[in-house]
Design a protein around this ligand. Sequence first.
Ligand SMILES: Nc1ncnc2c1ncn2[C@@H]1O[C@H](COP(=O)(O)OP(=O)(O)OP(=O)(O)O)[C@@H](O)[C@H]1O
Ligand SMILES: [Mg+2]
Length: 260
Amino acid sequence: MKLAIAGKGGVGKTSITGTLARMMGRRGRRVLAVDNDLNPNLSLTLGIPAARISSLPTFPAEIVRRNEEGVYELAMSLAEICDSAAVSAPDGVSLLVAAEPREAATGCLGAMHMAVRGVIGAAPSGDEDVCIVDLEASTEHLLVATAEHADAMYAVVEPYGTSLETGRRVAVLARDLGLPHVALIANKVRDESDLAIVAAYAERHGIALAGAVPHDDCFHAAERALRAPLDHDPDAPAIRAIDDLAARLIADGNSARLVG
Ligand SMILES: Nc1ncnc2c1ncn2[C@@H]1O[C@H](COP(=O)(O)OP(=O)(O)OP(=O)(O)O)[C@@H](O)[C@H]1O
Ligand SMILES: [Mg+2]
């Protein structure tokens, strides 16, 4: 299963990706989590100690090359990339951080996107394997087809207008890219009426709703403690909701649906 998690800035992509990855690891999956954000924060939500997060390895410099047709491809195997850059997180999850700029004015994002595209394509697709990618808030990744080889794209949305509109744009572009499954995940849901807003929007635009995660102070509390939400408060309602989503994705594949 290869999942890409997208959505407007700050909606909770990284919080959900890190927790979902760990929950899938606990359910026996071999999980490769990929941070495709130039401002990478996935490590903390995965439970990598805060003291390590400013010195994590990133992709090797020569990871992509242009082939004879002018198409960018990986210049090394996934095993070589993991040997050089993967970091072990709890619950058997491996983390690859694509990039973290440490000098200003040194280039553009193209190579990072092409490398992540190659990694998703090279990741194993057996039933026991999960590759989950935390994408940037910008929809640029859809223009350059970063997640083209994923099986599914989930757009995390909050129950308000511009977040939902971003989710719709993501869904339209992800379908255009040919992804077989595209769905919304409602996050920061405070009550039934919040959920009804997202469900109605999803239905109006013909987009499935795969899951709903309540608004939960456990995330801010975990951040203040510099810990993974899952380690800080494993019984919090939001953590249980993400665990429920992990269980349904594993049971039903990417066709798991709340509505739609
Ligand atoms: N269900 C939730 N309830 C309350 N707060 C949440 C919830 N999910 C995430 N948050 C909080 O929202 C903020 C943004 O979360 P996160 O960093 O996961 O979002 P993001 O979409 O990855 O952001 P970015 O676009 O910057 O990558 C964080 O402070 C996080 O603790
Ligand atoms: Mg993020």
